[in-house]
Design a protein around this ligand. Sequence first.
Ligand code: FE2
Ligand code: FE2
Length: 160
Amino acid sequence: MKNLQELFEHELKDLYSAEKQLVEALPKMHDAATHKELKKSFADHLEQTKGHRDKVKSILDDLGVNPGSTKCDGMEGLIKEGEAVIKEDAPSNVKDAALISAAQRVEHYEMAGYGTASEYARVLGHEKHAKTLESILAEETKSDRHLNGLALKEINKSAM
Ligand SMILES: [Fe+2]
Ligand SMILES: [Fe+2]
């Protein structure tokens, strides 16, 4: 990498890999959850995540960048932690609380990635891409807040 444009492209490849991995992982989190609203939240975010994957891919295509085999190691680690939660022998309400914790880590990781990438896009003059990345960031943020609400409203107390 020799300039911000190349760093931007690298970030996009990384985000594309992260979203692809998450599309595989969210159905498992959905199946492991018991709380109805939490299940729905995972199902809804799966659909959004497919959209994120496709939007990032279209930005890469527009820039003429092949994502190649770039792998997001951060998301791989977060998903590994999520899988450990799924395998944990715990009452369903405790598992739901743990799933929220794992899922919020994922959302925060994505929020950091899209926050950075959208700023790079803006300073590089890719206004249209900046707007797309900001719209994804808004969905990640909303998903994080929703998970937080579920935890605070009910699930954490029920896990006590
Ligand atoms: Fe996403
Ligand atoms: Fe997300």
